[in-house]
Design a protein around this ligand. Structure first.
Ligand SMILES: *Cc1c(COP(=O)(O)O)cnc(C)c1O
Length: 368
């Protein structure tokens, strides 16, 4: 990669391939791999990432919303795409683009069946979502009787999979809770399969689930964050490679006298003389105000420089008092040298939020 000359998100598709192969190597060869590419593939760029994963042989994709699935189809994705959180208003579009809905409530189930009944087409592939403790989306154990009645008495749906989502796979303190979720899923999914006399794919593991509860992989797993290089656990940091580097440059350097202030609301004032660098990246690019006021560090010529004062919409200022650097030098906000996980922690959040928040204004560049 040439040095950055403006703010860019550099995406290394070789690292994506490495992560995909590493995660696959943890699984049985016959286990299907679903790549989660919602939210622009966690802020990277859904098209390029999904095309690469399709080439690598992923079996399935998942997005959160119909719109994201449509974009993937337009980009040339032909593998099946599960839509995790479809809304009834988009069912026609979902069908037109052959996207497969997660059926997570009686409302969604009934509305989807009624749309299909007007079409008189072959049974439509769907995925039934169960709530085993996350209490976010899905049918609960108490819904089973009514659900089975509805499913038995229709011929518009082909139930491709039964799935659930775990709440705390990255947290060893929640192992008992996680194992209970898995046991409940085993019970519910077995009952559904037996009652309906079908053998759908079952899946429950996300990335940390693959790493910590490999034995519960069933016949498919769903991975997002791991593909992008983060395993929610330092012991996997050497195995996974962050695929994205957020880089910018020094636009201008200022020498400050004691008690001069920096930025809006004069949030930074020092009693000592300081040297600051202004960088062309701000909260409109995804570096929110929570990263300001000295909490977060960026990498300038190999040295850590704190973001000082308030983060502006289009700029941040960093303290480079003891760092040799000049205008135009490259600055790294996160990447393989500076983990997005650690950077996010300085602002009280997680890698997922930091990386998915990098806005569409930031140019994406690729290395292959
Ligand atoms: C986002 C999501 C995933 C991916 O989780 P990771 O921790 O990123 O691997 C898997 N399943 C569901 C239902 C999700 O919403």
């Amino acid at each position: 990669m040439p040095k950055a000359q403006e703010t860019v998100l550099e995406i290394d598709l070789k690292s994506l391939e490495h992560n995909y192969r590493f995660l696959r190597s943890q699984l049985k060869p016959e286990t299907k791999f679903l790549s989660v590419v919602k939210a622009f593939a966690y802020g990277n760029d859904a098209d390029q990432i999904a095309l690469k994963l399709q080439e690598l042989g992923t079996d399935y994709f998942a997005v959160a919303y119909v719109k994201e699935g449509v974009a993937l189809r337009k980009a040339g994705i032909t593998k099946p795409i599960l839509v995790l959180h479809p809304q009834a208003v988009n069912f026609e579009t979902l069908i037109a683009y052959q996207l497969e809905p997660s059926i997570y409530s009686f409302g969604v189930l009934k509305q989807f069946i009624s749309v299909l009944e007007q079409k008189e087409s072959a049974p439509y592939p769907v995925h039934i979502k169960f709530n085993t403790g996350l209490n976010r989306l899905g049918f609960g154990e108490k819904d089973l009787k009514s659900l089975l009645e509805l499913l038995e008495n229709q011929d518009t749906l082909e139930i491709v999979s039964l799935f659930s989502h775990l709440a705390a796979t990255e947290d060893p303190k929640e192992e008992v809770f996680t194992r209970n979720q898995i046991a409940l899923f085993e019970k519910i999914s077995t009952e559904v399969s037996n009652q309906l006399k079908i053998q759908p794919i079952r899946h429950i593991l996300n990335t940390s689930g693959i790493l910590n509860y490999t034995e519960s992989q069933y016949y498919m797993v769903r991975s997002g964050i791991g593909l992008y290089g983060y395993g929610n656990d330092p012991k996997f940091d050497t195995k996974l490679k962050p695929i994205a580097s957020l880089k910018t440059i020094v636009s201008q350097i200022h020498k400050l006298d004691p008690y001069e202030s920096v930025g809006y609301n004069r949030a930074f004032i020092s009693s000592k003389p300081r040297v600051t660098a202004t960088l062309p990246i701000g909260h409109a690019d995804g570096i929110g105000r929570q990263y300001g006021k000295g909490k977060t560090l960026v990498l300038v010529n190999g040295q850590m420089a704190p973001i000082i004062g308030n983060v502006c919409m289009d700029m941040i200022m960093v303290d480079i008092t003891n760092i040799p650097c000049k205008e135009g030098d490259e600055v790294i906000l996160f990447g393989p040298q500076l983990s997005a996980h650690e950077v996010a922690k300085t602002a009280g959040t997680i890698s997922y939020e930091l990386i998915t928040g990098i806005s569409q204004r930031v140019k994406r560049v690729y290395s292959y």
